[in-house]
Design a binder for this molecule. Structure first.
Ligand SMILES: [Zn+2]
Length: 445
């Protein structure tokens, strides 16, 4: 779909130009599939994380927060199955030294056979037979680089929750059913990453693990599926671009009883950005077995003992940011001119408003500055006094700023300003000293 690839190219270019996303270490030629968030991107991602945290932790009595470390005891990854099973079959080209997934569609022929052709250098017969390659990043703890000192950068944040399940349960005096929520970085040495920030080697997850009594897991699974879809609707994402995909028997992970992907229709196709999984009692049972510590729950009412089932909701913070950027990107014709506008939901927009003096004289800059100083104590706002007012509006359209506040000649006389709506382009006059509450009402989440 050439038209859609074009959209992705334009979005990547806008992301760099306007300071949403930069390639990591760009002056050194970049680091593969690692990205940095610029001034606007960090605000967007922070708003998404805060909104998630509020809906999961602050608005619910039955969920507690956690921030576990990235480095964990190596036994965790034996128990979780990642050391044995977190692998991809890969092939190497003996000629150009590139490495590919064995199922890379660009490979012609059968790797390991003389007919196979390398998709990069074009050599024939240079591809090795597939070998399993672990996707975890390995490093060494302490001063000695030896096998006993190997630790991993966590490939998922969930395990930090499971190993703390009893600590949180006891410290918070929660009862089952209850959940633990965490936002944090995870790392996977993906071999064929790509599609901008969609598949990256370092990424941030927002995960909530909900511990329930076996037998009630089916209901909770349905509950969380519905909740998570509603949350995405609340971000203003177009509903027709969102759908569930249920994992088939072949797709189900070894630990999962049932699993749904929440998918978005990106310009490069439908792809998963959140998973809702019924992980059964797999994780806690395994940790009980490997650690030798009892992880059973004693139901205070019935005196029953059981290992809880886990219903997991796991969403990528970077992928959600990419979803809202793709969904917000529009090209529109306004008064015969094309404008690019990022139609972010105001609650997640990086900048909430921009303040402009119409001209840099007649008392307008002084008043505009005063308004700006007042607003910045409440919202992330921007001041811009350079270029024509039309150009200044266009710059904020690209940044996705929902409101443009202009101080004009009338403002100096009566203290009112115009507030321009990014999407409708309508302008209303508002008293300068009422702006904080006026914007506050509009930005309510
Ligand atoms: Zn090659």
């Amino acid at each position: 779909m050439p038209a859609d690839n074009n959209v992705m190219e334009k979005l990547v270019s806008l992301a760099k130009r306007r300071g949403f996303v930069f390639q990591s270490s760009e002056i050194y030629g970049g680091l593969g599939s690692v990205w940095d968030y610029g001034p606007l991107g960090v605000e967007l991602k922070k708003n998404l994380k805060e909104r998630w945290w509020r809906s999961m932790v602050h608005e619910r009595e039955d969920i507690e927060g956690l921030d576990a470390a990235i480095l964990m005891h190596p036994k965790v990854w034996e128990a979780s199955g990642h050391i044995a099973g977190f692998t991809d079959p890969l092939v190497d080209c003996k000629h150009c030294k590139n490495r590919f997934r064995a199922d890379d569609p660009r490979i012609k022929g059968t790797p390991g056979q003389p007919d196979a052709q390398c998709p990069v250098c074009g050599s024939r017969g240079t591809l090795t037979a597939p070998r399993l390659f672990n996707l975890m990043f390995k490093t060494f703890m302490g001063p000695v680089e030896e096998a006993a000192a190997v630790v991993y950068l966590r490939p998922e944040t969930a395990q930090g929750i499971y190993v703390n399940y009893l600590n949180v349960l006891q410290a918070s005096r929660q009862k089952i059913p209850f959940g633990i929520a965490q936002i944090g970085k995870a790392f996977r040495n993906e071999i064929t990453p790509g599609n901008f920030t969609f598949r990256t080697r370092e990424f941030e997850q927002m995960e909530m693990q909900f511990f329930v009594k076996p037998g009630t897991d089916g209901e909770w699974f349905e509950f969380w599926k519905a909740q998570r879809m509603e949350w995405h609707y609340g971000l203003g994402i177009r509903r027709e671009k969102l759908r569930f995909h249920q994992h088939t028997k072949e797709e189900l992970a070894h630990y999962a009883k049932d699993a749904y992907d929440l998918e978005y229709e990106f310009p490069f196709g439908w792809h998963e950005f959140e998973g809702v999984h019924n992980r059964s009692d797999f994780d806690l049972s395994r940790h009980q077995q490997f650690s030798g510590k009892k992880l059973e729950y004693l139901d205070p009412a019935t005196k029953e003992r059981f290992i809880p089932y886990v219903v997991e909701t796991s969403v990528g913070a970077d992928r959600t940011a990419l979803v809202v950027m793709c969904d917000a990107y529009r090209e529109e014709t306004v008064e015969g001119e094309t404008r690019v506008v990022m139609r972010f939901h105001p609650a997640i927009a990086p900048l909430k408003a921009a303040v402009f003096p119409l001209v840099n004289k007649d008392g307008m800059p002084e008043l505009a500055r005063r308004i700006f100083d007042d607003l910045r104590r409440h919202f992330n706002v921007f001041y811009d006094d350079s270029g024509s007012i039309g150009r200044r509006y266009r710059r904020q359209d690209e940044a996705g700023t929902p409101y443009g506040i202009t101080v004009d000649g009338q403002s100096v006389g009566d203290g009112t300003v115009t507030v321009r709506d990014r999407d409708t382009l309508l302008q209303e006059r508002v008293a300068g000293d009422r702006l904080v509450s006026h914007l506050g009402d509009k930005l309510k989440m």
